[in-house]
Design a protein around this ligand. Structure first.
Ligand SMILES: Nc1nc2c(c(=O)[nH]1)N[C@H]1C(S)=C(S)[C@@H](COP(=O)(O)O)O[C@H]1N2
Ligand SMILES: [Mo]
Length: 437
């Protein structure tokens, strides 16, 4: 996406339909008793008034009549009481809705797998509608035998399944210069973590036979943006794979149906969706998406190119601006950490803006290049808190403070923001996005 001038988010809350209003009214209800109800509240599935008739020792209506039968939902959907748990967008971010992004509701999720319907979407020209029988994958360039595969051909290869996160290089791009968006859905929600099934790219490339001179591949999408990225051959032969399934079923159209490239740990832009062609070459192609876009402008006017790896990062998802504290006393903080280099080794949590740190508890599984869930137990007595989390990976890379990030890379960039996030909790339990260096 192009860089826009930072604008205060408050002016856009109506248009962007944030979860913030929901969170606030929910808090009022829980603090103020059963009196306050709002439509946003109902949308969040939190009922303000519970009819006492429905509570024990009474027998509620759903216990007295037959429920919905097995033929009514051939394909299931979440409970209507969870209708507030959806992808959301920020209206002013892009000029057109087709070349735009929506955000994963990280604050509402548990575990490490993102449900398919909640995976953020990033398209440069909208999601195309591709009949699988009309889809082809072509391999050409420096190969012994150029090949064209149908989906049926691809599915005859021995499959493998792997769990990986995908993060857009622009995740947090709006936060480079300061705190702006109200909620981890918007500040960190260009990430998802899915179990994919497909075929190692190596298997398919070997079928065509790589020439000795082969040093790079070019991956190209079948959407009208024809997204194209150059990838070094070592990565292509290492852990790249082409997937036709996510979370046990065929890819969703918006995630690249019927075929997408996975480039584990590397920026989301390289994970070409609707993959139609792989060209093998001896040098990079320097396409638009790796020159004009997805390069990082430094303070001195030079730009970093080919910044592929997504560096170690973490975020506290609850509490967060869309998830205020609802009570005092014992709290379980929840968060996510990830590293494009490998596995997360540890996460620390600070309650005082980074002066003191305590270890968080990592939940299993801790997988390489996947989201890792962490928890931290603490007590809140109504004091002001400056919450932070700091992750490091198995190679000793530690998530940086903003002061360090800015010193190294200036403030012009929009890509690869992995700075330590601060949430300020006020006396009422509301949570605010603030910037500490
Ligand atoms: N063909 C194609 N592939 C694409 C894109 C695109 O617009 N077209 N967007 C890229 C970008 S910028 C990102 S961040 C990821 C987003 O993947 P998702 O939509 O599954 O979240 O897909 C990448 N692959
Ligand atoms: Mo992206």
């Amino acid at each position: 996406m192009s860089q826009k001038k930072p604008r205060p988010y408050a002016a856009d809350t109506k248009a962007a339909n944030t979860g913030l209003d929901i969170a606030v009214s929910r808090r009022r209800f829980l603090v103020g008793g059963a009196a306050a109800a709002g439509s946003a509240l109902a949308a969040a599935g939190v009922s303000a008034k519970v009819d006492l008739e429905l509570l024990p020792p009474n027998v509620p209506p759903w216990s007295q009549a037959l429920g919905v039968n097995v033929d009514q939902r051939p394909y299931g959907a979440p409970s209507k009481y969870e209708s507030g748990v959806v992808r959301r967008s920020v209206e002013w971010l892009t000029a057109t809705r087709e070349s735009s992004v929506n955000f994963t509701p990280l604050h509402e999720l548990d575990g490490i797998i993102t449900p398919s319907g909640l995976c953020f979407e990033r398209h440069h020209a909208g999601a195309p509608d591709i009949p699988p029988q009309a889809h082809r994958l072509m391999i050409n360039g420096l190969v012994a035998q150029p090949l064209i595969f149908s989906m049926a051909d691809i599915m005859r290869f021995p499959p493998q399944s792997r769990i990986y996160f995908l993060e857009c290089a622009a995740n947090g791009g709006m936060e480079w210069r300061g705190a702006q968006l109200s909620g981890c859905q918007y500040t960190h929600g260009m990430v998802h973590c899915v179990q994919y099934t497909g075929v190692p790219l190596k298997t398919v490339l070997n079928e065509a036979g790589l020439a000795n001179k082969a040093k790079w591949i070019l991956a190209e999408g079948a959407d009208s943006a024809a997204m194209t990225r150059s990838i070094p051959i070592d990565k292509a032969l290492d852990d790249c794979f082409i997937a036709y399934s996510m979370n046990g079923e065929r890819l969703r159209p918006e995630q690249g149906y019927p075929l997408r490239l996975l480039v584990p740990g590397w920026e989301g832009n390289m994970w070409v969706k609707w993959l139609r062609r792989i060209e093998v070459g001896d040098q990079p192609w320097y396409h638009r998406e790796e020159t004009s876009k997805y390069t990082d402008l430094l303070a001195d006017g030079r730009a970093r190119e080919f910044t592929w790896v997504m560096d170690t990062k973490s975020v506290i998802t609850d509490p967060s601006p869309q998830k205020p504290l609802l009570s005092r006393g014992f709290q379980v903080l929840k968060g996510l950490a990830w590293s494009g280099r490998g596995a997360i080794k540890g996460v620390d949590v600070s309650l005082d803006g980074g002066m003191n740190w305590k270890p968080a508890r990592l939940d299993s599984p801790v997988l390489t290049k996947a989201l890792t869930r962490f928890y931290f137990e603490w007590n809140w007595h109504g004091e002001n808190v400056l919450l932070q989390s700091r992750a490091w990976d198995e190679f000793g890379y530690v998530q940086p403070r903003y002061a360090d990030l800015h010193a190294a890379r200036g403030v012009n960039s929009i890509y690869h923001n992995n700075g330590i996030q601060t949430w300020e909790i006020d006396g009422a339990g509301e949570v605010h996005n603030v910037r500490l260096n």
